[in-house]
Design a protein around this ligand. Structure first.
Ligand code: C6P
Length: 424
């Protein structure tokens, strides 16, 4: 880690938005977008599930595999040292991306789910006891519900849930009222994967901290769409996945404040997470290594660093502007169609548009759109408690990335009209 690398990471993420946003040039970076699906040009609108990888990230992975690959933190030979320094440089890039105070606060995990489970095992099992309370929200992804339910079952803790307004926003008065002397933890998503609502996490964190309660923010759907500054948010933990950020699968990040990470129990034991081992006992390594047992996904971490660098060449503010325009266009055009109901109308939204059609099951909509080359997600989006609150079994979800075009929004709207004609 060094300050210059961290500065570079920061600059890449946020500060280059003055460069013109050239959609055609950006699209040319994504080889997969040139494909046809069912004989039609691919219109990829399932970015909230997984976004696509640009050529510079693919090239970086190839360069690593063809010239730099070795195991890390182990060998004294040149390749091992090279792989180690590239892996640690990726950590610094991620530190800059999040504006974390220190690189050791960035733990590589296999993804958001893995990161939340790590916090549950490492922090939750150590500090949460019978009768304690954990606050979650109605709109959490299952990844930020089930681990806490497992903990509650094991310890006798209770889960309290922040209710949802009909707009798809959280009821903040009810959130504030949930705190009491037994509250030990808050888990909240930054952006809803099913509705796109952007939660006021900075204010929610301040409320929790006023009660001395740490907060985990699930940033899986936020980091691809907006600059995130963990020091400004003052969050205790922040988690996300590489594959939604134009990076590889199998890699994600747990950011944690150093003091909290140091106090946590390791979750997985094995090589690299130790300083010394004897049958009399083991001394754990320092953070971040304490939480990275075994050979980590080295190539994927380096690929994620390259993805963050790539996003920096476009600039997250420019990305946010372009995606917001796509969302506004889609909201206006789809919202104007008779028989279409938009689900989730929060005032602040990221590039996710959920909707249902009168008399047509979302899965049928998804299947027919696919025949037109249009990829959307349908279902409960791993947010079943939210769907129960909305009294819906499923929605159709179009989720945009910065490489999507206004013409693709038009294609989606035309596709929906065609579905309606089939079912008329
Ligand atoms: N949401 C979606 O289509 P993993 O699978 O660990 O990379 O990410 C889990 C996860 C956690 N939190 C949020 C807010 C998410 O959106 C996701 C993944 C995908 O919406 C797949 S279910």
């Amino acid at each position: 880690m060094n300050a210059r690398q961290a500065d570079l990471g920061r600059a890449t993420a946020a500060d280059r938005s003055a460069e013109p946003f050239d959609l055609e040039r950006i699209r040319a970076d994504f080889p997969i977008l040139r494909q046809q699906v069912h004989g039609k040009p691919l219109v990829y609108l399932d970015n909230a599930a997984s976004s696509q990888m640009p050529q510079p990230v693919i090239d970086r992975l190839v360069r690593y595999q063809t010239t730099q690959h070795a195991n890390i933190h182990r060998g004294v030979h040149l390749l091992s040292e090279l792989a180690t320094s590239e892996y640690e440089a990726a950590r610094c890039t991620l530190q800059g991306f999040l504006n974390a105070a220190q690189a050791r606060e960035v733990i590589f995990t296999s993804g958001t789910t893995d990161a939340i489970n790590l916090v549950m095992h490492g922090h939750g099992r150590k500090f949460i006891r019978s009768g304690d309370e954990i606050i979650l929200t109605t709109m959490e992804h299952h990844a930020n519900i089930v681990p806490w339910q497992m903990l509650a079952e094991e310890t006798g803790a209770t889960i309290r849930v922040v209710p949802l307004l009909d707009t798809g926003e959280l009821c903040l008065d009810a959130y504030a009222a949930l705190f009491n002397a037994r509250t030990r933890f808050v888990g909240v998503t930054h952006v809803s994967n099913a509705l796109g609502s952007i939660n006021p996490v900075k204010a929610m964190i301040a409320t929790a901290h006023a009660h001395g309660v740490p907060v985990l923010v699930d940033g899986a759907q936020a980091v691809p769409h907006m600059p995130v500054d963990v020091q400004d948010l003052d969050c205790d933990f922040y988690v996300f996945s590489g594959h939604k950020l134009c990076g590889p699968t199998g890699i994600g990040v747990l950011y944690g404040k150093a003091a909290l990470l140091e106090a946590m129990q390791p979750f997985k034991g094995g090589g690299d997470m130790i300083l010394s081992v004897s049958f009399g006992g083991t001394v754990y390594n320092t953070i971040p290594h304490k939480f990275e047992a075994g050979t980590p996904p080295i190539a994927a971490a380096i690929g994620l660093g390259a993805a963050v660098d790539y996003l920096g060449t476009i600039g997250l503010p420019a990305i946010a502007r372009h995606e917001h325009a796509l969302l506004q266009q889609a909201t206006a055009q789809l919202g104007a169609l008779p028989g279409v109901r938009l689900v989730g109308t929060a005032r602040r939204k990221a590039a996710v548009l959920s909707f249902v059609l009168d008399g047509v099951h979302p899965h049928d909509v998804g299947t027919l759109l696919d025949q037109e080359g249009i990829a959307v997600r349908t279902g409960h989006h791993c947010a079943q408690p939210l769907m129960t609150r909305l009294k819906l079994p499923a929605t159709v979800r179009a989720s945009f990335a910065f490489y999507n075009s206004p013409a693709e929004v038009d294609a989606l709207v035309a596709g929906v009209r065609a579905v309606q004609k089939v079912f008329a």
